[in-house]
Design a protein around this ligand. Structure first.
Ligand code: PLP
Length: 458
């Protein structure tokens, strides 16, 4: 018999979970204005709000915390991280930042102007926020297959080359300072981009003289999918695949809170030293000197170690198989989910879950609330609330996908806990027709409203 895969680690320290009753949770979610971001973590049993900064560090990462060099300039921890980025990603220069959006901030401060265009595959919300704040426009060039949750297309993160070329032809290249490939593509469901697509986007962009960057938060998970799904990569190591992926682009922004398995941190990495110089000015103004920019020395050490661990096959296999386990259990219960199952999360299709609730009543948020009340599981809406309003017309933007995301922290929960989550969702699904009305907004912020929005049940 073939031996099953196992987690390539064991538990050294545990953190207790506080349990609660349905009666408590109904009261708490009302007090939280039906916004799951307002809940206290001890009001949550299984927290699948995000996989960002919520991973468990290894003993070797904690050892790096102890070895951290806190020198203001040229610390050993910085040099260790620089060497790791050079070896792993092939970029000679990088700038540390306190997290991913800070990396976006310093890069865009240097290259993006009002009226510019930034093509990409479903830009991440902070990326889009940073683009729109500068009165520039993010244009989504994701392939159409991404928006059909039932299609099994293996690389739903891919960019549509025709859509991309239409933009390249329509605008002068001075108006397009950058094209961003998000790997894996969070907004379309943790879906990977194929090596072929990366290569083609790179070639097309070169032809038009436009630089390409990765938004690399989940680069290792993307590499795992290339190994599993794309012809010619079975025998390659994850590190070889990563190196090849990055060879096609000019640089990357990184939220280290994802695939680098640290709780805080980020960076921008560059092939071109002159762009590094420009962006470095903004790192110094906003983040700190170029050898620590927003990070403690010890955190840079843990990050270097995390980048190495996250690009090991056994770890990635156990992570992605766990997400598959949750997804497949939900499928057995007939719960409608986005397929193929993504790299860091399972996405439930709220339009198919609650076909009788219109998008204007936020069905994905409704599902997240019902799941919380049922079992204390915290997911997050990736739908109309997140899509926000059009900055000019102030109308709601109704996205094609109305999803409730269950993001799985790295190395934190076990499969019994995943089963608990699946059964909780089944219970909500079984009583879905008793839930007749959605939500309305009571108060919202100008930008990125989903974090602070106040809602009420209709
Ligand atoms: C999380 C994330 C960001 C922003 O990073 P933060 O560390 O949260 O600021 C940007 N892009 C993607 C794809 C992300 O997942």
């Amino acid at each position: 018999m073939k031996l099953p895969y196992i987690e390539p680690y064991k538990i050294k320290m545990i953190e207790n979970i506080t349990t609660s009753t349905k009666i408590n949770r109904k009261k708490w979610i009302k007090e939280a204005d039906f916004n799951l971001f307002n809940l206290r973590s001890d009001q949550v049993i299984i927290d699948l709000l995000t996989d960002s900064g919520t991973g468990a560090m290894s003993d070797n990462q904690w050892a790096e915390i102890m070895k951290g060099d806190e020198s203001y300039a040229g610390s050993k921890s910085f040099l260790k991280l620089r060497q790791t980025i050079r070896d792993l990603l092939g970029f000679q220069s990088f700038l540390p930042t306190h997290q991913g959006r800070a990396a976006e901030n310093i890069l865009f401060s240097a290259i993006l102007k009002e009226g510019n265009i930034v093509p990409g595959n479903s830009h991440f919300d902070t990326t889009k926020g940073h683009i729109e704040m500068r009165k520039a426009e993010a244009i989504d060039c994701t392939i159409d297959e991404a928006f059909n949750t039932e299609s099994d297309y293996p690389f739903k993160g891919n960019l549509d080359l025709k859509k991309l070329e239409t933009i390249y032809k329509k605008y002068p290249k001075e108006k397009i300072p950058i094209t961003i490939i998000t790997i894996t593509c969070n907004s379309s469901g943790g879906q990977p981009v194929s090596m072929k697509n990366i290569e083609e986007v790179s070639a097309l962009s070169k032809k038009y003289g436009i630089r390409v960057f990765f938004d690399a938060a989940r680069f290792a998970e993307n590499a795992y999918f290339i190994k599993e799904r794309e012809k010619g990569y079975k025998e390659k190591t994850i590190k070889e695949i990563v190196r090849e992926m990055f060879s096609f682009v000019d640089g990357c922004t990184m939220s280290s809170k994802k695939d680098a398995i640290v709780n805080m941190g980020g960076f921008v990495a560059f092939r071109d030293r002159s762009l590094y110089e420009k962006v470095a000015n903004f790192d110094i103004i906003y983040e700190g000197f170029v050898t620590y920019g927003g990070m403690a020395g010890r955190d840079m050490g843990a990050l270097a170690q995390g980048l190495d661990e996250a690009t090991e096959y056994e770890y990635l296999q156990s992570r992605i198989k766990q997400i598959e386990y949750l997804g497949k259990t939900l499928q057995k219960f007939n719960v409608p989910i986005q397929t193929p199952i993504g790299g860091h999360a399972v996405f439930i299709d709220a339009k198919r879950f609650f076909p009788h609730i219109p998008q204007s009543e936020f069905p994905a948020q409704l599902l997240a609330i019902e799941l919380y009340k049922e079992a204390g599981v915290r997911g997050v809406e990736i739908g109309t609330l997140l899509a926000d309003r059009n900055p000019i017309t102030r109308e709601n933007r109704y996205p094609k996908l109305e999803l409730m995301r269950l993001a799985i922290p790295r190395r934190v929960y076990n499969n019994d806990q995943m089963k608990y989550v699946a059964v909780a969702i089944k219970n909500v699904y079984d009583r879905r027709n008793e839930i007749k009305k959605g939500l309305k907004i009571i108060w919202e912020a100008e930008i990125m409203r989903h974090f602070t929005v106040k809602l009420d049940m209709i």
